[in-house]
Design a protein around this ligand. Structure first.
Ligand code: GDP
Ligand code: IMO
Ligand code: MG
Length: 421
């Protein structure tokens, strides 16, 4: 395995949690490198379902989870997640980067205030404070994990930051007082609880690579939510793509051996922003119901559409994806016809790339290839040839179009419902 990356190729919720759990059996460390508790990763092991937001999915297999410097951490949520897992008999082995930025109460207030102010022009964020936290990191007003472990440092940082935040909150007309003392007490208390986990994760990971350990990176969100290459401004605020792993964990790009792109067999999106293959008809509803497409983090219904290879092609190129894992193929069962978008029609031209201008994206009309559907995938299928012939044709087409081999096909949420090719 060496160093393997698992990333989403669409708008998130591709089934990264399931695939990461599956590959964790061979990993020594499972590393989150970006995002925060905007993510919601589901793992199903027999009748047990785990929904993780900050802790890497590999802890379910008993592996050490690493929360890298590129992650933004809401300490209250993280502590709750540790406690919940411990109650369920999984005491997570965890390492937290001393350099990871902390989501503060004012970040959550401002996330909500901005969205409310934008009204129908809003992004549809998860309101977890992600954007404001990353903004503060870049504008050098962040609080980092290490700062929680030293009350004096934390106090000084808050003295500098809190008055600015109060000013902005007042401008929005929000009736909230940012109480420095209250924050100092609560957050230094979180620091005490997390102290033993906080460490120089970048050093540990680099030493492990030298020793030949297996490291699995767990991406959050998906390529089209990447702050540079997604449907900007309808994106998250972090580097979701493969390159983000190097920045977000402090390891050189030369150490990455394999980049697995997770592709849901159709497309979903939560929140606002264009979705070229969106289906506002009975089939869209069918996919939503059959795929249980409701947000793991916010419970919002996910918008659904046909598989869009313009999107996945974009993801493969930007991240240098070496293998594909196709998930939720079973959700397409029982449809008479299934479609795959290969190109867009934009201003009378056929294009095969994803435009930067959001107004252009809204004008893109998908060009589809139609396939015959299949009845039902046998949940006990263990090899490619066990799949219905029509499903095989669907997969073969994806592989041929993208010129990237399919390594895994997922045919159900459970760990066992996985076909390795
Ligand atoms: P993530 O954010 O990429 O980890 O994905 P989520 O966990 O938010 O959403 C994926 C959902 O699909 C979860 O409820 C999974 O249990 C479920 N799931 C994953 N793979 C499959 C699959 O192959 N078939 C079906 N039916 N469900 C799946
Ligand atoms: P996982 O890891 C799906 C979306 C939000 C919103 C936009 C910005 O489970 O795939 P943010 O709170 O990040 O500022 O919201 O990004 N979003 C996700 N959509 N899956 C996710 O994570 C997401 N994380 C953020 O819905 O449109
Ligand atoms: Mg999710």
């Amino acid at each position: 395995m060496a160093v393997t990356l698992v990333i989403g190729t669409q708008w998130g919720d591709e089934g990264k949690g399931k695939v990461v759990d599956y590959f964790s059996k061979d990993a020594d460390y499972v590393v989150r490198f970006q995002g925060g508790n905007n993510a919601g990763h589901t793992i199903k092991v027999r009748d047990e379902i785990y929904k993780l937001h900050v802790i890497p999915s590999g802890v379910i297999q008993g592996k050490t989870g690493v929360i890298g410097n590129g992650v933004v951490i809401d300490p209250e949520i993280l502590i709750n997640e540790i406690n919940e897992l411990t109650k369920r008999g999984i005491k997570p082995k965890l390492l937290i980067s001393d350099r990871a930025n902390i989501i503060m109460p004012y970040h959550k207030i401002l996330d909500g205030a901005e969205e409310q102010y934008l009204d129908e022009k809003k992004i549809g964020t998860t309101k977890r404070g992600i954007g404001p936290c990353y903004s503060d990191k870049v504008s050098r007003k962040g609080i980092r994990a290490i700062d929680l472990t030293d009350k004096k440092t934390l106090s000084k940082l808050l003295d500098r930051i809190v008055p600015i935040k109060q000013k902005i909150i007042d401008i929005y007309g929000i009736d909230e007082k940012v109480d420095k003392r209250e924050i100092l007490e609560a957050y230094s208390n979180y620091g005490k609880q997390l102290k033993n986990y906080i460490t120089t994760t970048h050093i540990k990971l680099n030493k492990s690579i030298q020793k030949g350990k297996n490291i699995l990176f767990e991406g959050a969100q998906g390529t089209m939510l990447d702050v540079d290459f997604g449907t900007y401004p309808y994106t998250t605020s972090s580097h979701v793509i493969a390159g983000g792993s190097s920045i977000g964990a402090g390891i050189g790009p030369k150490y990455i051996n394999e980049i697995i792109g997770i592709v849901k067999a159709y497309t979903t999106r939560v929140g606002e922003g264009p979705l070229p293959t969106e289906l506002s008809d009975k089939i869209g509803e069918y996919l939503q119901q059959k795929g249980h497409e409701f947000g793991t983090t916010t419970s919002r219904p996910r918008r659904c559409g046909w598989l869009d290879l313009v999107v996945v092609r974009h993801a493969c190129m930007i991240s240098g994806i070496t293998k594909l894992a196709i998930t939720k193929l079973d959700v397409l069962d029982s449809l008479k016809q299934v479609r795959i978008c290969t190109h867009y029609q934009l201003n009378g031209k056929k294009i095969d790339y994803f435009p930067a201008n959001i107004e252009d994206v809204k004008q893109c009309k998908p060009i589809y290839k139609e396939f015959k559907g299949w009845d039902e995938i046998d949940k006990n299928s263990s090899k490619f040839s066990d799949l219905p012939k029509e499903a095989q044709e669907y997969l073969n087409f994806i592989e041929k179009e993208l010129q990237v081999p399919i390594a895994v096909v997922s045919i159900g949420p459970g760990r066992r419902e996985t076909i390795e090719i």
